[in-house]
Design a protein around this ligand. Structure first.
Ligand code: ATP
Ligand code: MG
Length: 370
């Protein structure tokens, strides 16, 4: 049956662009084809191959910068594997999780529901009991993975572990020697895309998600602006479609303007994806405005608000060292510029981006009223 609804809503005489399928611009959209990643799909598939013969899959460390398709690579490859083999796929977003938190997440996936205060030892025991078929445990967002979690999962028969990180060298040098040995020669690195490749990634999305055509050269132009990251390219195309005048071709939209809108959206999503601690740290820096806040003043502010912010929560206030690690993470996510020395200041990149979870004004107000 031909879908004529679009024609009623968007009269045919309009020449411009309209988004007709928002899902293809969503970050978790898994495209039918993973273009320009054939070799990576091959490497990952080979690591999983033993699972087809009831053997544990091989460990593999996947690494590469933001938005180059690490997460979608594992999703895409597993969807295909699951269809033809009796293999279990456990996906864990590991950022901010303790070793016990990670094992618990794996157990939950397997249908168990351990209490939050179950000791790590018991969790591992239950995991071994339940593990009856080859299982791949993907530990996404694993930059700060506790080595204990990797060691414990490594002890379980039939399990293969796939951590996903940004910087493999930094990750390897920060972890335990035994973990380092396991992953040193089991790595899959994803490089940034070039502008042509990004245009190839954008093309099917434009086709499926937009009504109206987009010049190839415009897609390449977006590709250049995105500097290697598919996420940035996709969100820039989406923003361009939003900004377009429905009566004019999309190519009239300034790529720079679309890019900046995309960047802001990506930063918001990045902030949303971070655990509570990062929100507290971010809001303290953001509250300082465009002047920023010096490291000493930052710590004072943190100490001042932490009693109230963490009240009644599982999380407890951070040590100074851990605060610096959260600042570094926020810097890496391009949410702040971290101070380079004690005379420098921490500054929010875009003070219009606010946390949805932490309202410092409310937190700071409370002690004054008490
Ligand atoms: N080769 C590709 N073909 C089609 N789409 C792609 C490709 N590579 C990436 N994408 C898309 O780009 C977006 C970003 O990819 P993904 O989320 O996998 O990045 P990532 O490397 O995991 O980033 P981060 O490190 O920030 O988690 C997703 O929407 C994904 O579908
Ligand atoms: Mg990812």
């Amino acid at each position: 049956v031909p879908d004529i609804t679009h024609h009623f809503i968007y009269p045919l005489h309009l020449t411009g662009i309209v988004i007709v399928d928002h899902q293809v611009f969503a970050d978790d959209h898994v495209p039918d084809r993973l273009v320009h990643r054939e070799r990576a799909v091959g490497t990952l598939s080979r690591a999983l191959e033993p699972a087809l013969h009831d053997q544990p899959p091989e460990d593999l460390l996947i690494h590469g910068p933001h938005g180059v398709g690490k997460t979608v690579l594992v999703r895409h490859t597993f969807e295909r594997l699951e269809a033809k083999a009796d293999v279990d796929y456990v996906y864990v977003r590991s950022m901010g999780r303790s070793a016990a938190g990670i094992i618990r997440a794996v157990l939950r996936h397997m249908g168990a529901n351990p209490a939050t205060n179950t000791p790590l030892e018991d969790l591992c025991l239950r995991l071994r009991e339940r593990m009856t078929r080859p299982t791949v445990v993907v530990l996404d967002e694993g930059d700060d993975l506790p080595a204990t979690a990797l060691r414990r999962l490594g002890d379980v028969d039939l399990v293969g572990v796939i951590p996903i990180v940004h910087d493999a060298d930094a990750w390897l040098s920060a972890t335990e020697p035994a973990v380092r040995r396991r992953f040193r020669s089991a790595q899959l690195g994803l490089d940034p895309y070039d502008a042509e490749e990004l245009a190839d990634i954008l093309d099917p999305r434009a086709e499926q998600g937009l009504r109206g055509s987009v010049d190839r050269s415009y897609l390449e132009y977006i590709g250049q602006r995105a500097e290697g990251a598919a996420r940035t390219a996709i969100q820039t195309l989406r923003a361009a479609a939003h900004l377009a005048d429905p009566e004019l071709p999309i190519e009239r939209v300034n790529v720079d303007a679309a890019y900046h809108q995309a960047l802001s959206r990506i930063r918001r999503a990045n902030l949303r994806s971070l655990p509570l601690h990062h929100h507290v740290v971010y809001e303290i820096v953001r509250a300082a405005g465009d002047d920023g806040v010096g490291p000493g003043t930052f710590h004072d502010a943190y100490d001042r608000v932490s009693d109230v912010v963490y009240q009644g929560r599982e999380a407890t206030p951070l040590s100074k060292r851990d605060r610096r690690r959260k600042l570094a993470k926020l810097d890496e996510y391009e949410l702040i510029d971290q101070a380079e020395n004690r005379h420098d200041t921490h500054k929010a990149c875009d003070t219009s981006i606010t946390s949805e979870f932490v309202d410092l004004a409310a937190a700071v107000d409370v002690p004054d009223e008490r």
